[in-house]
Design a protein around this ligand. Structure first.
Ligand code: ADP
Length: 269
């Protein structure tokens, strides 16, 4: 049987006595509370860039500015607009993922193609965020294929790689690997030498909008939805998301695919 969640409070009753009142918080109530939290979070996430954006509009309207100064404001405005766009895109992706239990398309997707796309995106992002890009290493045991949706798989993989790039200092390295397991399954993993994550945060990382360091996430263009997306994509592909991390020791995020989802194409070594 499922554990019942009770809300308990003490109600004063007579002289020096209290009555213990308890109440079952039903699943319906919990779902409703989660929905309210989500709407509040989304509103807050949209309001922040919107406020900044309107501030810049006002400045542009009220101050006579040099061309250069004007350009600077426009660039900052473009940044905020992009931030809202990214957020709305992630929200739509998440709602699509939650809407159906299976990937919309089912194909045999080439891991080599996925890795090549991810590697290109990774080099672009690292170059954009850091003046000295990190050492990025991509390694593949075999050219496997995964049964599923290439869009979803690409989104999950690039989210994990993107996080590693965003949270790892420039002089460190990042290892992206595809390893075939003895049982026929396979693991996609991203290992970084970033700050690591304290154990108490790890179980909550895949919650929507949960961030360990809010300002670090925002500075680097994070929406707080990346790992929620990764978890959904993994589940829909019968795969499991693993997180191993220790503060000061970097992190390793992995997606383990079961044998029935993986088949080998051409062995390279
Ligand atoms: P965000 O857009 O904030 O990165 P995610 O859902 O992708 O959202 O990640 C949630 C939080 O997990 C991040 O805000 C960050 O605190 C933490 N995190 C994710 N990946 C890493 C990593 N590679 N190293 C350290 N912290 C990470």
């Amino acid at each position: 049987s499922k554990p019942v969640k009770l809300s308990v409070h003490l109600h004063p009753y007579g002289e020096g006595r209290s009555l213990l009142l308890s109440r079952d918080i039903t699943a319906v109530e919990q779902a409703e509370a989660m929905r309210r939290d989500f709407v509040a979070n989304v509103s807050h996430e949209i309001r922040t860039p919107l406020t900044v954006l309107s501030g810049f509009v006002e400045t542009l309207q009220s101050l006579p500015l040099e061309v250069q100064e004007r350009q600077r404001y426009l660039d900052l405005m473009a940044q905020q607009a992009l931030r809202m766009q990214t957020l709305v895109n992630d929200l739509l992706t998440l709602s699509r993922l939650e809407g159906s239990p299976l990937p919309t398309t089912q194909d045999w997707v080439s891991v080599q193609t996925l890795m090549a796309q991810c590697e290109q995106d990774a080099r672009d992002l690292s170059g954009l965020l850091w003046t000295r890009p990190q050492a990025l290493r991509f390694e593949q045991d075999a050219d496997s294929q995964i049964a599923g949706s290439s869009t979803e798989l690409h989104s999950a993989m690039s989210n994990l790689i993107g996080n590693a790039i965003r949270y790892t200092p420039a002089d460190k390295s990042i290892d992206v690997r595809w390893q075939v397991l003895p049982d026929g399954g396979a693991v996609f993993s991203v290992k970084d030498q970033g700050p690591g994550i304290a154990p108490e945060h790890i179980p909550r990382l895949t919650e929507r909008f949960y961030r360990v360091d809010r300002s670090r996430s925002r500075e680097t263009g994070g929406t707080g939805l990346g790992l929620a997306i990764v978890k959904h994509v993994a589940q829909r592909h019968g795969a499991e998301l693993g997180i191993e991390s220790l503060p000061g020791n970097g992190s390793r995020f992995s997606i383990t695919f079961p044998a029935q989802r993986v088949r080998e194409n051409v062995v390279r070594h």
